[in-house]
Design a protein around this ligand. Structure first.
Ligand SMILES: [Zn+2]
Length: 61
């Protein structure tokens, strides 16, 4: 499981998944949908984070 897998899963079914670095499920997801859509994942346990920019809204329900 890496950040891209987590993003894909989140876009498909809204699941946040687990941190690829420490395995914690305490992930914070910040979504910004103005302009180009972007999503930031942040692990509350180990502090790892990943930012995705310009995500296509194709998988939204
Ligand atoms: Zn972590």
């Amino acid at each position: 499981m890496n950040w891209t897998n987590i993003l894909t899963k989140f876009l498909h079914n809204g699941e946040k998944g687990k941190c690829p670095q420490c395995g914690s499920s305490e992930l914070t997801v910040e979504t910004m949908s103005f302009g180009r859509r972007s999503i930031t994942f942040h692990c509350n346990k180990c502090g790892a984070s990943r930012h995705f920019d310009g995500i296509a809204p194709a998988n939204e329900k």
